[in-house]
Design a protein around this ligand. Structure first.
Ligand code: AMP
Length: 192
């Protein structure tokens, strides 16, 4: 079973993806994690995307589609969780084509529904917690890039809600509920 977790930054996609990895042996494909890894290890691609990511803008479709394509040939476990991908209509079309070419299906698109005030608080807190734990906050977890990230979401990614609704793939889940409750709502969709 392959699924997409859709929602703005701070909606809880990463948290819920981890639950699905632990509970169902699914494989999380987070383009954000892949790009951060490329940035840290200093690959050519990593250098190219660093400033774009830090500013909160989207990197090119070509780059992220390439990253996903590579992973689709790797271990699938209990299925793929697309986390933070697709983020544009072009990426959504490309994902559909890639899956079809590999004889795979997209089974559910789960939209984590939240409100914007909560997102800002969550992301600011995520940054504070990372620092309190002795680490460093994500370079893009600051108010300036957060504004850009939200705007990118509304301009480029939120049209995917209509796109997947029209395809009959979309289910909305209350992303403001407690983590366990969100997990249960997602489980209910996957097990229906
Ligand atoms: P995330 O960890 O999903 O919030 O992603 C962090 C950053 O990586 C985003 O703000 C973008 O700069 C970049 N990024 C991640 N996934 C994508 C994607 N599917 N398309 C374009 N840019 C992406």
């Amino acid at each position: 079973m392959n699924i997409i977790l859709l929602g703005p930054p701070g909606a809880g996609k990463g948290t819920q993806a981890q639950k699905l990895v632990d509970g169902r042996n699914m494989v999380q494909l987070s383009t954000g994690d892949m790009l951060r890894e490329a940035k840290t290890s200093g690959t050519e691609m990593g250098k190219k995307v660093a400033a774009i990511m830090d500013a909160g803008e989207l990197v090119t479709d070509e780059i992220v589609i390439g990253l996903i394509e590579e992973k689709l040939d790797g271990p699938a476990g209990g299925g793929f969780i697309f986390d933070g991908f697709p983020r544009t209509l072009a990426q959504a079309d490309a994902l559909g084509d890639l899956l079809a070419r590999k004889g795979q299906t997209l089974d559910h698109v789960i939209e984590l529904q939240v409100n914007d005030d909560v997102l800002v608080d969550r992301i600011v807190n995520r940054a504070k917690e990372a620092v309190a734990a002795g680490g460093t906050a994500r370079a893009d977890d600051n108010e300036e890039s957060l504004k850009v990230r939200l705007m990118e979401y509304y301009k480029k990614t939120s049209p995917l809600i209509g796109y997947y609704y029209a395809k009959g793939d979309l289910t909305g889940v209350d992303g403001l509920a407690a983590i366990d409750a969100v997990e249960a709502s997602i489980a209910a969709v996957l097990d229906a």
